[in-house]
Design a protein around this ligand. Structure first.
Ligand code: GLY
Length: 343
């Protein structure tokens, strides 16, 4: 087994470890609280990963399945999980173990946050997006007709396992989405992430996120920088009726954010070129919005972004690093969309 990285998410009594590396699954028992009698394993049938052999021998394990696809990220799934937890005798003193990508850990986390008004949860993340983003930081929730992730809770896990061997079989598109989120971390610090191997890079991304969550758990300020590139990304996802995946849209969103920061005089052409090098050249992500997407629709959607309480609001690079910028001039937005050739 290669060296494992243990990253601490420092949140006082809610602090926990994220174990990263090939073979990290062997550490699962080490993050299961010692007083647990039952484990409610929440996962998907489509996942070829069985973690039961890694759980402490003395616990009773029940298995609870979530369907594939975003439509199962719903309150109906939470209700069914509640019925199943009741049948399995899961108490507030037991633990939910969510095994899967972001969709599974969001649902498992929210089920844990709600069952008996809150029980412990451990995440075993199986995708790159999950390892460096979704499974860390305690955002849980489900979708309703009015929008994605609108019902949920901040509920920190007791521990997170990121076994990078799971990434060997990750489908190409999932890999691409992970790279979209990973590229983001290149701009959040001055670190040369390209110099790190995969395990060290995942661990570094986790550490960057952990430090941000450590100072702003409930996103009242600093945590918003994790949404770098996400304002245009959310608009692109909606405009393409979600045929564009989140990480693919984030890649374009960050390129847009770089052009916008340049139009506002916050960064120079060399920094924009650096964005292109990381996103397009290194991670080989597409940085052009799909044909058929119209700027009038994107601008309208960006006006309705949940950060946009004071006019058009973006997370932008600048002399002080990445930060939230409010009341952005529409002329600069047009300049950035021109740079991306959006009609
Ligand atoms: N995915 C962004 C956050 O956890 O705040």
């Amino acid at each position: 087994m290669s060296t494992l990285h243990r990253v601490r998410v420092d949140l006082d009594v809610r602090s926990y470890d994220v174990v990263v590396g090939r073979g990290a699954i062997r550490e699962l028992a080490s993050v299961i609280p010692a007083d647990v009698k039952r484990v409610a394993l929440v996962t998907q049938t489509s996942l070829p990963i069985d973690v039961r052999a890694e759980l402490p021998a003395e616990v009773t394990v029940s298995r609870h399945l979530i369907g594939d696809g975003e439509q199962h990220k719903s309150l109906a799934t939470i209700e069914r999980l509640g019925d199943e937890f009741a049948a399995a005798g899961i108490t507030r003193n037991d633990v939910v173990v969510g095994v899967g990508g972001g969709m599974v850990t969001d649902v498992a986390g929210f089920a844990a946050a709600s069952w008996h008004r809150g029980m412990r949860v451990v995440h075993v993340s199986t995708t790159l997006v999950g390892m460096i983003d979704a499974a860390i930081g305690g955002k849980t929730g489900v979708n309703i007709a009015a929008g994605k992730n609108l019902v949920g809770a901040f509920w920190q896990p007791a521990g997170v396992i990121c076994d990078t061997a799971f990434l060997d079989t990750l489908p190409e598109r999932e890999q691409r989405c992970g790279h979209g989120e990973m590229a983001k971390y290149h701009f959040l610090t001055g670190d040369d992430l390209l110099a790190l191997d995969l395990d060290a890079r995942v661990a570094r991304c986790v550490k960057i996120k952990a430090d941000i969550v450590g100072v702003d758990e409930r996103e009242s300020g600093r945590r918003a920088v994790l949404n770098y590139g996400h304002t245009l990304a959310h608009a692109l996802e909606i405009a393409t009726e979600f045929s564009m995946a989140h990480g693919e849209a984030v890649a374009i969103g960050m390129m847009f954010a770089a052009h916008l920061a340049q139009a506002l005089g916050r960064i120079d052409a060399a920094r924009v070129a650096q964005h292109r090098t990381v996103i397009a050249d290194h991670y080989r992500l597409n940085i052009k919005p799909p044909k058929g997407v119209q700027r009038v629709e994107l601008i309208e959607l960006m006006h309705h972004d949940k950060k946009a309480v004071d006019g058009l609001t973006f997370v932008l690079d600048g002399p002080n690093g990445i930060e939230t910028v409010r009341n952005v001039d529409i002329a600069a937005v047009h300049q950035a969309l021109d740079a991306l050739s959006v009609p």
